[in-house]
Design a protein around this ligand. Sequence first.
Ligand code: FE2
Length: 272
Amino acid sequence: MTTLKTDNPIQLIQITDTHLYGNPSGTLLKMNTHYSFEQVLNVVKQKESGIDLILATGDIAQDATEAAYKHFAENIAELEAPFRWIPGNHDSARVMSEVANGTSASDKTIRVNNWQILMLDTSIEGQVHGMLEQSELDFLADGLTAADKDEAIDHCLVCLHHNPVKGNAGWMKDIGLHNKNKFWEIGKQSAKLKCIVYGHIHQDLDFEHEGIRCMCTPSTCIQFKPNVVNFALDQVNPGYRTLRLHEDGTIDSEVHRVEGKSFEVDFSSGGY
Ligand SMILES: [Fe+2]
């Protein structure tokens, strides 16, 4: 567990689905993911100051190589704020924890002022969809129960890679969190759970489900078009999210995208 004390509001940045390759010239549907990641980081540097923590919500690497994870850690260090990462379907949880060894990057519980943040691993090696193993469900239940009993914690935020709410495109039907009902059963019991933050479906969403605010954040590379039947890429640029956590439990959040640049992408692709 990490405990941080900062000014209020707490300033978080979510960076997700960087899909980096060990070889910096690697492309995903013709988009160079190292380049697009760097462009997003440049926007963060221009727009943000006083970042307290960066949440990296999976698909850090496309090829699960040590080199890709090291590149992520080296580049994110330019933002001069600590980061925590969780694996997505393209990642190797094992390689990530090896690269994180000796650092706090893989810490799963962070307490900042009167907020508690829990980082969940929904990845299953070799599968696109997500699943919370019993150990992760226990971790979530124990973390939320501990927060409910702790007078120093008033609010909780949970991060995971896979969408715990059905995706809004036909092709996304089977790729989300498969045991999402168990996730919500636990989540609904918490009096302090205010927000759920995820990635995986590469788009900007901000809505309420079961009385809890849910946010999905654009990838730093390719964007998935919402409300379609078959796989399609969206023409919007890569981006990131800011989250300002207030002492009273409210959250201000914005998505910022790279502006004034166009990226090479294969819009005719039928899948990724
Ligand atoms: Fe992804």
